[in-house]
Design a protein around this ligand. Structure first.
Ligand code: DAH
Length: 335
């Protein structure tokens, strides 16, 4: 037994001194000093030996363990100071996964809306963010000095240019540039001179819809909106059409969805009412057709405008609209 210990000692010393990297050294440690090492097994078998032998072997084992332990420390220091060629890298550690980027929840919501409306036959149209009074207001039957202008807290750039307060001016630009039939959606950012709170932002996203042709009826508007909402929120969604007023549509309606955050029982997102207003809509007012040179006797149409952020809130269970623009990664990663 003592001879075997001597031999083990020689092997271990040589191995410890020749280990060239920290990984190698660790392997040597496991082999000669680890739990399953021969030395440890001898240690554990001591109790079965005769008392004389137990004493001499026990002493030899302890001395060898001590010596090898010290050698191990020395070798560690040697590798640390010399640089073991691994640059301190331990390839046995688990890797660190890089964060994979993802689309912003508003982008994902918009893409979902676009795909539903494309499926219903709508094409995408875009317009400028810096608008003029004519497209943002006058042509939409909101003349200067009309009290309805107060409904849009406008950020003016100079006397005649402003940041669009809604996506409705894109309707006007599309109708100015082509003849019916027209079936478009116009998505994009809009701006209001409002102080932000949990359900209002000074910048947010809308999606406008417009359909113009001969003999377009209110029933088609309702049908398209119901189809859209069911595609988006599922067949069992509960909707409410209320009579509303917009200068550019007559008749007009506002459509609410039963709050998906609280299932209609009342929460901060629906201000305790159980309903969230998602869109405004109606039949295009004849004055709007006149402004773009269409004959209101020949064409009819419907329009709608919906709040993308509100829909995103419903879909993600987010109760503060401001989170969408703060780009706090902790929030974005949650979604
Ligand atoms: N432009 C309106 C707003 O910003 C939303 C809207 C309502 C658009 C009714 C429409 C519509 O096209 O028909 O509040």
């Amino acid at each position: 037994m003592l001879d075997r210990l001597k031999e083990l000692g020689r092997e271990a010393r040589a191995a410890l001194q020749s280990a060239a990297t920290s990984v190698e050294l660790e392997n040597v440690r496991v082999k000669y000093l680890g739990r399953k090492s021969e030395l440890n097994q001898v240690s554990r078998g001591l109790k079965d030996l005769e008392s004389d032998e137990r004493r001499s072997v026990g002493r030899a084992v302890n001395e060898l363990k001590k010596e090898l332990g010290a050698l191990l420390e020395q070798s560690k220091k040697r590798l640390e100071s010399a640089g073991d060629g691994s640059g301190g890298l331990d390839p046995t550690l688990p890797g660190r996964m890089p964060w994979v980027g993802g689309k912003h929840p508003l982008t994902r919501t918009y893409e979902r809306l676009e795909s539903i409306f494309r499926g219903l036959g709508f094409e995408v149209a875009l317009g400028p963010h810096v608008e003029d009074d004519f497209h943002n207001f006058d042509a939409l039957n909101i003349p200067a000095d009309h009290p309805a202008r107060d409904g849009w807290d406008t950020i003016y750039i100079d006397d005649d240019s402003l940041l669009r307060t809604h996506t409705s001016p894109v309707q006007i630009r599309v109708m100015e540039s082509r003849k019916p039939p027209i079936r478009i959606i116009a998505p994009g950012r809009v701006y209001r001179n409002e102080s932000a709170d949990a359900s209002h932002g000074s910048e947010f996203y809308q999606l406008e819809g417009l359909y113009v042709d001969r003999d377009v009826r209110f029933g088609e508007l309702k049908g398209v909106l119901i189809r859209f909402m069911r595609e988006l929120f599922g067949e069992s969604v509960t909707l409410r059409f209320r009579a509303g007023f917009f200068p550019f549509t007559e008749p007009s309606t506002e459509v609410d969805v039963e709050c998906l955050i609280c299932q209609g029982t009342g929460c901060s997102v629906c201000s305790g009412t159980g309903w969230v207003e998602l869109l405004g809509a109606g039949m295009v007012d004849p004055r709007v057709f006149e402004a773009v040179g269409y004959d209101p006797g020949e064409f009819t149409g419907y329009a709608f405008g919906l709040g993308v952020d509100r829909i995103c809130m419903m879909m993600t269970g987010t109760d503060d609209i401001r989170l969408f623009l703060e780009n706090d990664l902790r929030f974005l990663r949650q979604i």
